[in-house]
Write a protein that binds this ligand. Structure first.
Ligand code: ZN
Length: 78
């Protein structure tokens, strides 16, 4: 199960992956979240793309940043 972490773990959020995360996949479900509501998955190098594409294929706006670069909001996709 993928975590919806507000926890402080720095482990990759991808199911079954125990690698240390180096990326933040910041995302939002526009149907239920306002733009300033930011959900975060953490990702290792190998899962940065798979996690963000998982969200993008569902039509969710996604902003990927470095692990130490939190974002204030995830804007709607253009
Ligand atoms: Zn991973």
């Amino acid at each position: 199960m993928i975590g919806f972490g507000d926890d402080i773990s720095t482990r990759c959020s991808s199911a079954g992956c125990s690698a240390d995360a180096t990326w933040r996949v910041n995302w939002r479900n526009p149907r239920i979240h306002t733009p300033d509501r930011v959900k975060v998955w953490l990702a290792c190098d190998a899962h940065r793309t798979t996690l963000s594409e998982y969200l993008l294929t569902r039509g969710f706006p996604v902003v990927v940043t470095a692990l130490d670069q939190p974002v204030e909001l995830v804007p709607d996709r253009a």
